[in-house]
Design a protein around this ligand. Structure first.
Ligand code: SF4
Length: 475
C-alpha cells in the first residue's frame, strides 16, 4: 500500500513508533487521560470498543468513580461511559486506575501523551448485538477490532479529530443508523458474489435509495478505510476536522476514488448501488428480552433515566451479568445497557434485577423516550437543570405512543445528548422553562424542527406531549 510519509509520526531508538504532538489537533473532548473541567468537577470519558464492558472493568470503574470522582456515571450516545465530578488533584490517579484495569488503548507506548492521542480517535461504532443479532447480514466484530488496531497503530492518525467517527453496520436490527458518522460501511445482502459493504460519507446508511457512493468487498474494506483516512489527512486543512468539511471542498466520489486508487482497490458503482437502501432498524430491541442468533441464548436490556447511573449500579450490573450471562455488558448508543448470552431460565431474574436497579425494560416506559444533556448542574451553558426536569417529565408522561428517544431536553442549542434529531425537543430558556420544538416528519432534518410552544413549565410540556393532537398555539 502506498502510504504518504507521515509528518506526525516518528520512530524512536527502540523501533517503536511514537506520536508527535506538533500536528495533533487540539481538543476539548474529555478522554481517559484528558480530564476536562465542567461545572460539577472534572469529566473523564472512557471509550469502550464496541460498547463492551466486562464485569471486572465495571467494578474498577465503579471503584475509581467513588474514590476519585462524584460517583455519577453517564452512558453516552457513542456507547461510551463518562465519569462526572472528578476531584481536583485526583486526575492522574483516576487515569492510572482505569489504565490498570485495561480500559485504555492498546499500545506499546504508554506515555501519557500517546495514550491521550490514541484514546481519542477510537471511535468505531458497531451494533451492541454484533455477532448475536439473528437478522444481521454479517458479524462485524473482527473487522471492528482490525480497524481499532489500524487507528492505534498508525501514528499519523493521531491527527484525526476525536470527533471523527466510523460506523460499521452489519445489517443488525438493532443498529444506530440515525447517528451521523464521517465514514460509514453498511453490509449488503449477499447474493452469489463476495459479501460487500455499501460505503458513504458524512451521514448514515439511509432507508432511502442513493445514500451509498459505492461498494467494497469485505476483504478490501480495511485497506480502503486506511487509504481513506490517509486521503482525508492529505487534503484536510487546519480547520477541516470532519468529513463534511472536506466535502465542502471536494466531490465525494472523487475523494473515494482517490482513496481506492491509493489502496489499489476496485470499487463497484452502478444501478445496484444507487438502488441499495438500508433495511429498517428498531431501537426498541435494546429493551426487554429477545432471542439471539443462537436460539438458546437471549439478550436483555434496560434504560436508565436520561443515561445517568451511579457507581454502585454499574458494579451491580456487572455482577448481574456474571451471575446470569457471560460476565459482560453492552453500553448502547441509546444510553442504555444490554446483557448478552442469557439462558432462557434466567430471563425473569435478569429483568427483575434490571428493574430493581432503576432501569426501564419496556419500550413504552417514559425513560425509553427521554434523553437529556448534563444540564445546569454540570454545564455552565445550560439554562435549566435538564436532568432533574427529565425526571419530573418522566413522572408526568402518560402518552404510550411516545417513540424511542422521542423527547430531547437540551440546555442549549449545542445538543450534546442527542446525535439524532428527536421528534420533540425541549430547549431550555430559563430555570424550569422550555421552548417545545416538533420535527415535522422523519425526513425533517432541521436542527429541532418547528417551535410549537414557548416558555413552558415541565407540567405544561408534559400536558402538550400527552396530547399530541392538540393544535399548536403558535405553530
Ligand atoms: S447541550 Fe449545551 S447545556 Fe447541554 S451539556 Fe451540551 S453545551 Fe451544556
Amino acid at each position: 500500500m502506498n502510504h504518504v510519509p507521515s509528518a506526525a509520526s516518528s520512530i524512536d531508538s527502540s523501533g517503536a513508533s511514537s506520536i508527535s504532538t506538533a500536528l495533533r489537533r487540539a481538543s476539548a473532548c474529555p478522554a481517559l487521560a484528558r480530564i476536562v473541567a465542567a461545572r460539577d468537577g472534572g469529566l473523564c470519558r472512557i471509550r469502550l470498543p464496541g460498547g463492551v464492558l466486562h464485569a471486572h472493568e465495571a467494578a474498577a470503574i465503579a471503584e475509581a468513580a467513588t474514590l476519585y470522582a462524584s460517583g455519577v456515571i453517564e452512558l453516552t450516545n457513542r456507547a461510551n461511559l463518562q465519569l462526572r465530578g472528578v476531584k481536583a488533584g485526583h486526575e492522574a490517579a483516576l487515569t492510572a486506575r482505569l489504565l490498570q484495569a485495561g480500559l485504555g488503548p492498546q499500545t506499546p507506548d504508554s506515555t501519557p501523551d500517546t495514550i491521550e492521542a490514541i484514546d481519542g480517535i477510537r471511535n468505531v461504532m458497531i451494533s451492541p448485538l454484533a455477532g448475536r443479532d439473528p437478522h444481521a447480514l454479517c458479524d462485524t466484530r473482527a473487522l471492528a477490532a482490525q480497524i481499532l488496531v489500524l487507528l492505534q497503530g498508525e501514528p499519523r492518525f493521531a491527527a484525526l479529530s476525536p470527533k471523527f467517527a466510523l460506523l460499521l453496520d452489519g445489517g443488525e436490527r438493532l443498529m444506530a443508523t440515525d447517528h451521523p458518522h464521517d465514514i460509514w460501511l453498511s453490509a449488503m445482502p449477499v447474493d452469489n458474489d463476495e459479501p460487500r459493504f455499501a460505503i458513504g460519507f458524512a451521514g448514515y446508511p439511509s432507508l432511502d435509495a442513493g445514500s451509498a457512493l459505492a461498494t467494497v468487498t469485505h476483504t478490501d474494506a480495511l485497506a480502503l478505510l486506511d487509504a481513506l483516512l490517509h486521503t482525508f489527512l492529505d487534503l484536510a486543512g487546519p480547520d477541516d476536522t470532519r468529513m463534511r468539511d472536506l466535502l465542502a471542498l471536494h466531490d465525494a466520489h472523487t475523494l473515494l476514488q482517490r482513496a481506492a486508487d491509493r489502496a489499489g482497490i476496485a470499487l463497484q458503482r452502478g444501478p445496484q448501488v444507487d438502488a441499495w437502501r438500508r433495511t429498517p432498524t428498531d431501537a426498541t430491541f435494546r429493551l426487554g428480552a429477545h432471542r439471539q442468533r443462537d436460539p438458546q441464548r437471549w439478550h436483555a436490556g434496560g434504560q436508565p433515566l436520561a443515561g445517568r447511573i451511579d457507581a454502585a449500579t454499574l458494579r451491580d450490573l456487572g455482577a448481574l451479568s456474571t451471575r446470569h450471562g457471560d460476565g459482560s455488558l453492552r453500553i448502547t448508543p441509546w444510553q442504555s445497557v444490554l446483557l448478552p448470552d442469557l439462558a432462557t431460565n434466567s430471563l425473569d431474574a435478569v429483568l427483575a434485577g434490571l428493574r430493581a436497579l432503576g432501569f426501564a425494560c419496556d419500550p413504552s416506559h417514559p425513560y425509553a423516550a427521554i434523553v437529556a444533556c448534563a444540564g445546569s448542574t454540570g454545564c455552565a451553558k445550560s439554562a435549566a437543570d435538564t436532568k432533574a426536569d427529565a425526571q419530573q417529565l418522566a413522572s408526568l408522561l402518560t402518552h404510550d405512543r411516545l417513540t424511542s428517544s422521542g423527547i430531547h431536553l437540551t440546555g442549549c442549542t449545542r445538543s450534546c445528548a442527542a446525535a439524532h434529531c428527536a421528534p420533540h425537543t425541549l430547549l431550555a430558556v430559563a430555570t424550569g422553562r422550555y421552548d417545545l420544538y416538533q420535527r415535522a416528519d422523519a425526513l425533517d432534518e432541521s436542527r429541532f424542527g418547528v417551535c410549537i410552544a414557548r416558555h413552558l413549565s415541565i407540567e405544561q410540556a408534559a400536558a402538550q406531549l400527552n396530547h399530541p393532537a392538540r393544535t399548536p398555539p403558535d405553530a
